[in-house]
Each structure stands twice: as structure tokens, then as C-alpha cells.
Design a protein around this ligand. Structure first.
Ligand SMILES: Nc1nc2c(ncn2[C@@H]2O[C@H](COP(=O)(O)OP(=O)(O)OP(=O)(O)O)[C@@H](O)[C@H]2O)c(=O)[nH]1
Length: 388
């Protein structure tokens, strides 16, 4: 159900708002809830978001330019460093910073015999303490504590909020469930209070500044994240080789895209037996892109092995990380066509049943990360080469 917009009152306010936090805490889900549309891709795999994504929300007399950002983490690749820098850059540019965390239970410290040193309680995440120690000292910072729906005993919430309050004097603290869209209006109200007075910079119907081809690549990647596990989601990138608008009404948008992976084994997994995995990914991605563009799409997917693309700055540039997404590719080796025709529609039905499976509902963390979340084992430091 659409959220009722508050009455516009007082002078207009407008500004940039960075959603910052560790991977997987729900920043993209929060952006989507604020926009009331699933613009940003969401998955249970940490480090889903790879670059800053703008979503514009008009809320009463305020215009909020919300920037979803990659989760800040301990980087092990150039890609990780570029992602962290995108998040830090957004925080530097923002008028207001929204620091997002979640209430996932943390492991407790134990004695040698295994007995817990302290009762199992919710504590601020150690990674958050690192990130908050130098976050935007000179501008409003709001704390959003997400995923409160997972708390069976809501009495744990207040001590947790109090504990975060001791870490930093937040300008506002709002517990939410972004997934259930609970508390979102309050978050927007609080942000609006801290925005500078000024005219709106976007049209009332503007949602983002990225072109449809950017989302075409992201929605293919989203399906890869949902369909694969272990190292494949982290090793996959998508480039758009061709994006052609329809020449006449009723015709389809034509998209050619290449999925880059780093090794032959990952390519085999992605293709699947007789191309089944690729077909499933292609169909689901095409449907998502069709919703975005509001018309028919023909999507052709290739898979290419592009060794060590995550370590190569020129490759990252080509793939659009660290700047506006674009980029043609070379050496495509495999093609699957997922296009809307009678045969494909038939296949859609079958793929849908599988696709409806909500992988996100598992709420599990991916153990096979090749880049680390800032977790309890961290010594409270990012990599030496990573300026904070
Ligand atoms: N239970 C519950 N799960 C949530 C909530 N919000 C997000 N999630 C889930 O948490 C996971 C991560 O959500 P994202 O929105 O992708 O998190 P993110 O912070 O953008 O992640 P990165 O891209 O890694 O930075 C997904 O499986 C979401 O469905 C919530 O309010 N409650």
C-alpha cells in the first residue's frame, strides 16, 4: 500500500543523504522501502551493492536525494577498495548521514571452557564501533537499527539503542524493519528535519540518475546472486554490450549483456547443465527489466572468463565501477537467448516456480566470503592500505 505523503509545510528542504553501514544490514532494502519500489538490488549475499545509487524521495516539503552505498568492509581486492571509496565519498558529499545497522545476534565471548563471559545480549557490532569512530564528525548522523522484526523479545531493543547512544551522540535513533516497511515514515521525517533549506533539485517524478542500461546490468547480477553461491556471486560482473530502444511501438528493447567471471569453473556453474542455470537467470532478469522499462525486452546473455577482473583497475573502469556504468567487452564465448516468444513464455512458467523461492528469507550470512565483513574477529582496524 502506498505510504501517505505528509502535508507539505514550512520552507522547502533539499539535500543529499548517504546510507552508510556494514554489508548486509539492509541499506538497499531501506532505500527501496523509502522509494516504494525495488530499484536497488537486494540479496542475502554481503557486498551486493557495488557502487553508490541515487534514489530521490519527495516527502512533504522535503526532497531527499538518498544514496545507497556499498557496505563498508575489510577489502582484499581492488574492487573492494573501490567499493569502500564509493561509500566514503557518498558520506563526504552528504548533508545528512544515515548510519544503518541491524539487530542480528552477535557471538558472545567465551571462557576457555566454553561458558559465556557475558549473558547473550545484543551489543553494538564491533565493526560499527570502527566505522563510527571517524564517521562524518561535522554533520548530522542518524542511526537506523534495522531488522527489528527478527527480535523475538523486543525488550532487548532498548539496551541496544542505549549502548549505541554511548558510542556517539546521534541526532536521531530509529528502529525499523525495512523489509516490512515499518518505521520508514519516521526515518524520512527525521532526515527531513536535518536537511538544509533550499529549492528542489529534481522533478517530482525523478527517481534516479542512472540510465536503464545500468539497471539492466544490475538486474542480471541480482539473479546471479540469487541463483548461485560461494565464490560465484563475488566473482561475477555484468557489462552491457548493446542496449537498443525499440524503433516502433510494441517492439522490444534489445539488450546484449556479458557476464564476466574469473575462472572456467565459475563459468561452468553459471551455465549449468545444458544451459539451465543461464536460462533461469536470463528469464528472471528479463522480467525484472521489463517491469522497469514498461515494455518487452529481448535479453541475450554471454558468459566470458575475464581473469582477475576484480584486481585490475582498467577492467574495473571498463565495468563501470568507480564511475558511471558503461563498457563494451571482448571475447564472449557463450550465448543464451531469453526472449519473450511463445516458447520462452512457456519456459517462464516453469522458471517462475523456482524463482519464487525467496532466498533472502533464509537470512543466512554467506560463510564463503572472499572479502570480509568487519566482524568480531577483526582487531578493530581496516587494512593498513585503507585510509579510514
Ligand atoms: N528480517 C529482515 N531482513 C532484512 C531486513 N532488511 C533487509 N533484510 C535482508 O537482509 C539482507 C541484506 O539486505 P540488503 O538490503 O541487500 O543489505 P545491504 O546493507 O544493502 O547489503 P550490501 O549490499 O552488502 O551492503 C537481504 O537478505 C534482505 O532481505 C529487515 O528489515 N528484516
Amino acid at each position: 500500500m502506498p505510504r501517505p505523503a505528509p502535508e507539505a509545510s514550512g520552507p522547502s528542504r533539499s539535500g543529499t543523504v548517504a546510507l552508510i553501514g556494514r554489508p548486509n544490514v539492509g541499506k538497499s532494502t531501506l532505500l527501496n522501502a523509502a522509494l516504494q519500489q525495488p530499484l536497488s538490488i537486494v540479496s542475502k549475499t554481503p557486498q551486493t551493492t557495488r557502487d553508490a545509487l541515487l534514489g530521490v524521495v519527495h516527502h512533504g516539503s522535503a526532497e531527499l536525494a538518498l544514496l545507497d552505498t556499498p557496505g563498508l568492509h575489510r577489502p582484499r581486492t581492488q574492487l573492494g577498495r573501490v567499493m569502500n571509496e564509493a561509500a566514503r565519498d557518498a558520506a563526504r558529499r552528504a548533508d545528512v548521514v544515515v548510519f544503518v545497522t541491524d539487530v542480528s545476534p552477535r557471538p558472545v565471548k567465551r571462557k576457555e571452557d566454553g561458558t559465556p563471559i557475558e549473558p547473550r545480549s545484543l551489543l553494538p557490532h564491533p565493526g560499527d564501533l570502527v566505522l563510527l569512530s571517524d564517521l562524518a564528525p561535522d554533520r548530522p548522523v542518524l542511526l537506523v537499527v534495522n531488522k527489528v522484526d527478527v527480535l523475538r523479545d523486543k525488550r532487548h531493543l532498548l539496551p541496544l539503542l542505549e549502548a549505541y547512544g554511548k558510542v556517539r551522540n546521534f541526532d536521531a535513533v530509529v528502529p525499523v524493519s525495512a523489509q516490512r516497511e515499518d518505521g520508514i515514515t519516521l526515518v524520512l521525517d527525521e532526515i527531513a528535519r536535518f536537511l538544509p533549506e533550499g529549492p528542489f533539485r529534481y522533478g517530482v517524478d525523478d527517481v534516479t540518475d542512472k540510465p536503464a542500461r545500468y539497471f539492466a546490468a544490475e538486474y542480471v547480477r541480482e539473479q546471479i546472486l540469487r541463483a548461485t553461491q560461494d565464490e560465484v556471486p563475488h566473482a561475477a560482473a555484468v557489462s552491457i554490450d548493446r542496449y537498443t530502444e525499440p524503433r516502433a511501438p510494441g517492439q522490444a528493447v534489445q539488450i546484449d549483456a556479458t557476464i564476466h567471471v574469473e575462472r572456467q569453473g565459475q563459468k561452468r556453474i553459471l551455465i549449468g547443465t545444458a544451459g539451465a542455470m543461464m536460462k533461469r537467470i536470463g528469464i528472471a532478469a528479463r522480467e525484472r527489466i521489463e517491469e522497469l522499462v514498461g515494455g518487452k525486452v529481448v535479453l541475450r546473455l554471454w558468459v566470458a572468463v575475464t581473469p582477475d577482473w576484480r584486481e585490475s583497475l582498467p577492467r574495473l573502469e571498463e565495468l563501470g565501477y568507480g564511475r558511471a556504468r558503461g563498457g563494451a567487452t571482448d571475447a564472449a564465448e557463450y550465448m543464451i537467448v531469453a526472449e519473450r516468444d511463445a516458447e520462452a513464455d512457456e519456459a517462464d512458467g516453469e522458471a517462475d516456480d523456482e524463482g519464487d523461492e525467496d532466498l533472502d528469507a533464509e537470512g543466512e550470512e554467506d560463510e564463503d566470503l572472499d572479502e570480509e565483513d568487519l566482524d568480531d574477529d577483526d582487531e578493530g582496524k581496516l587494512d593498513e592500505d585503507e585510509e579510514k
